[in-house]
Ligand binder design. Structure first.
Ligand code: COA
Length: 333
């Protein structure tokens, strides 16, 4: 039985904003604090520098600036916002949600606001949640933020992580459209991957005052880089091909692939694996590194001039959990 889509309401992205901190952490800075080299980092990751948020600021501050950028570029009225979904693994504090803090800082009184923690897949998850809200017809203007102050959790002396991560925030505005918008999302998770990529301390398992364990050792982001790399390539490639297939599309229909920016070699391997044409994959990892939930909206934000109305955009991400997925939308701006 075919589905009648003539009355379908899509959730379309109608505005985008972004913020990256001023302070740069270059490969040469890292050479000063651990046994690494600019040459090695570029060859193995494609990264030259990352941005680091000032110590006295937090995730909400970057998100607020990203939203202010969206407002100034697209002339949106924040009093129209019905809901704010914030994808972050680095909330300002465990409670309340960073989304509440952002709403307060922006004087948004009309919206409900909550966080989604799905690590580097967070923006993908939040985008689909937000699109679902819009598709119900009950919510008309939904902000989807991806923001992380991950540098707080990176041990500056640990060369297995300090080379990869940086801070940033991106945001998109969703609203109903008859013409097009979010088409589909294939989202997955497998918690057995939790040992390979995590920050253990600060939750209920390892509270900061737990006396019987060395909390300092658990306060930083840890990963088994090789295992994560392998799963990331396989999972993102499979998700892309499967989401295309179930929508009767092929990779040639895709105008832009916006992958999570974890390592340029991962991005290239996914591109080869799904056989996407050269020049269709967006990347900004060289000068931002991995900004966790912010990579995808920041990449869209930086490429606004390239993406044309009606273009088919495919997003894909992989992160701690493990969590991963791919989604498709028509660009309606
Ligand atoms: N600088 C210089 N040398 C380094 C180094 C660094 N920062 N890190 C590792 N090395 C050395 C190792 O000691 C090893 O030396 P050896 O061959 O003499 O033993 C060699 O380089 C290769 O190390 P390896 O760990 O195999 O490197 P890699 O190619 O796997 O790259 C990562 C390491 C972390 C960059 C890579 O595994 C990665 O990006 N993984 C995915 C991580 C990720 O995306 N996490 C977030 C997911 S959202």
């Amino acid at each position: 039985m075919s589905v009648d889509l003539s009355n379908k309401v899509f959730a379309a992205i109608t505005a985008v904003g972004g913020y990256i901190p001023q302070n740069k952490r270059t490969n040469f800075d890292l050479e000063q604090v651990c046994d690494t080299s600019d040459e090695w980092i570029i060859k193995r990751t494609g990264i030259k520098e990352r941005r680091i948020l000032e110590e006295e600021l937090a995730t909400s501050d970057m998100a607020v600036r990203a939203i202010q950028d969206l407002v100034s570029q697209f002339g949106k009225n924040l009093q129209d916002v019905d809901a704010i979904l914030v994808a972050t693994s680095t909330p300002d504090m465990p409670m309340p949600a960073t989304a509440n803090i952002i709403a307060d800082k922006l004087n948004i009184k009309t919206a409900w606001a909550f966080d989604i923690n799905a690590a580097c897949s967070g923006f993908l998850y939040a985008l689909d949640m937000g699109a679902s809200l819009v598709e119900t017809g009950r919510y008309k203007n939904v902000l989807i933020v991806g923001a992380d102050n991950i540098s707080t959790y990176v041990d500056i002396h640990d060369r297995s992580t300090n080379i990869l991560f940086g801070d940033g925030a991106g945001v998109v505005w969703l609203e109903p459209s008859k013409e097009g918008g979010v088409i589909d999302a294939l989202l997955q998770s497998n918690g057995s991957g939790r040992d390979f990529l995590n920050i253990e301390a600060g939750g209920s398992l390892y509270p900061l005052d737990r006396p019987d364990v060395d909390i300092t050792d658990k306060m930083y982001l840890k990963q088994d880089g090789k295992t994560v790399f392998k799963h990331a390539v396989q999972s993102m490639s499979d998700a892309c091909l499967n989401v295309l297939k179930r929508n009767n599309l092929t990779v040639d229909d895709v105008n832009w692939l916006v992958p999570h920016q974890a390592n340029q070699r991962i991005i290239d391997a996914v591109g080869r694996s799904i056989n996407i044409a050269e020049g269709k994959t967006l990347s900004n990892i060289e000068y931002l590194g991995n900004t966790i939930a912010a990579t995808i909206p920041l990449c869209i934000w930086e490429n606004l001039k390239q993406i044309k109305t009606g273009d088919l955009v495919m997003l894909t991400a992989f992160g701690a959990g493990f969590s991963w997925g791919a989604s498709l939308f028509r660009w309606m701006i």
